[in-house]
Design a protein around this ligand. Structure first.
Ligand SMILES: [Zn+2]
Length: 391
């Protein structure tokens, strides 16, 4: 009985509490809107009418009148930057920074946003200067990351290395993979300038940062080959199999060339047959096909294409197989095969692509750094065909 009585009493009490809460909320809201200056509503109106210039002017007035609207500035600045209107974003953030009474944290935040505006506008010098001024505080690490992006765009690999190391001391995730890539970039530059000694020094540093760096191993072989040491180059490139066999297609052609230069083409052909058996891949087949055909005749090349297709059937492999069949067929079958091959080839010519695992960017060439998202080693080193062909 007692329980029923309490329930009866609880219902009107709950109603009363709800009514009071609603009244309180309404009152607070009304008093807050009354505190907002008229310019705020004017700005909002301009923004809604897609007159962003007038909106900014109105909002700037709000900030002058009411120091509590710093967040509004950040929201506006971000909005403009996202829309690609970097000049307006820069103006908003610079206006904020011109205030003498801006608290330090807000000043750092505004500088960080301004740096991003400059970066988006392609004003790399001014972006760099802005981010460099953020040496400590909550935005220091974000600023270092942005600097790493800028030095990457400028291809300033020495500064990239320093910045990555700096980030690691600030407690970022390990960046050995990136540091090794920066040293590889420097090695490649040295190789282009025929400075083998500097190239080797950089490659040593790359492998010290990341002993698993396949690129450093490949480049070490390139340095040897450029100096005429084919035997040493072969040893380097063969080492890729132990590091990561997925990258073998990147060294297949180099290896075949080196074996041929040493008069050991047969050894190269054997190696390709073993690799295609172990790691079936169209890219390996592409590298090996002509070499094997020239060395051992069309039947041997045909066997290679057949082995590849049995292990991993796909359209690119199919065109190779038809090509192989065609080379040993008689007329009129030969012309039929030619027709089939041409048709499939036309349809699939641009299908196999390297695909970035990070952003999905597809490319005909292999990149160590993705042109889409700037990530390092985000491309799987094999070309793949999409499941559905484009029309
Ligand atoms: Zn990407």
């Amino acid at each position: 009985m007692d329980l029923d009585f309490w329930w009866l009493l609880a219902i009107p009490v709950a109603f009363a509490l709800g009514w009071m809460a609603a009244r309180y909320d309404l009152k607070t809201l009304l008093s807050e809107s009354a505190n907002l200056p008229r310019s705020y509503f004017r700005g909002l109106n301009f923004l809604l009418n897609e007159q962003p210039d007038q909106a900014i002017d109105a909002f700037i007035e709000v900030v002058k009148l009411d120091p509590e609207t710093i967040e509004l500035h950040f929201a506006l600045g971000n909005l403009f930057r996202r829309r690609g209107e970097t000049e307006r974003a820069i103006r908003v953030h610079q206006n904020l920074l011109s205030r003498a009474d801006l608290p330090v944290t807000e000043r750092d935040h505004a500088l960080f946003e301004l740096g991003q505006d400059f970066l988006k506008a392609g004003l790399l010098d001014r972006a760099e200067e802005t981010f460099r001024s953020l040496k400590s505080g909550d935005y220091a690490m974000g600023a270092q990351r942005a600097l790493l992006t800028i030095y990457g765009i400028e291809k300033d690999w020495n500064k990239s290395i320093d910045t990555a190391r700096q980030l690691e001391t600030m407690g970022s995730e390990p960046l050995e993979k990136e540091v090794a890539q920066f040293h590889c970039e420097l090695a490649q530059e040295a190789l282009q300038q025929q400075d083998a000694e500097e190239a080797r020094r950089q490659l040593g540093l790359a492998l010290k940062a990341n002993p698993q760096s396949v690129r450093a191993t490949i480049l070490s072989g390139d340095v040897d080959a450029a100096g005429g040491a084919q035997e040493a180059a072969i040893a380097q490139w063969l080492h890729v199999e132990a590091q990561n066999p997925a990258y073998l297609p990147l060294v297949a052609e180099k290896l075949l060339k080196a074996y041929q230069a040493l008069g050991r083409g047969e050894e190269g052909a054997d190696l390709m047959a073993t690799w295609i058996d172990r790691y079936p891949s169209n890219d390996l087949l592409d590298a090996a096909y002509q070499h094997v055909a020239a060395l051992r005749g069309p039947e041997a090349a045909h066997a290679l294409a057949r082995a590849q297709m049995q292990k991993s059937p796909n359209l690119a492999g199919m065109t190779r197989l038809l090509e192989a069949q065609q080379s040993t067929a008689e007329e009129p079958r030969r012309s039929e095969l030619e027709l089939m091959r041409t048709l499939i080839r036309q349809r699939t010519k641009n299908l196999p692509r390297y695909t970035c695992q990070n952003c999905g960017f597809r490319a005909r060439l292999f990149y160590w750094q993705c042109p889409g998202c700037s990530g390092w080693e985000t491309y799987a080193p094999r070309r793949v065909e999409p499941i559905t062909a484009p029309n």
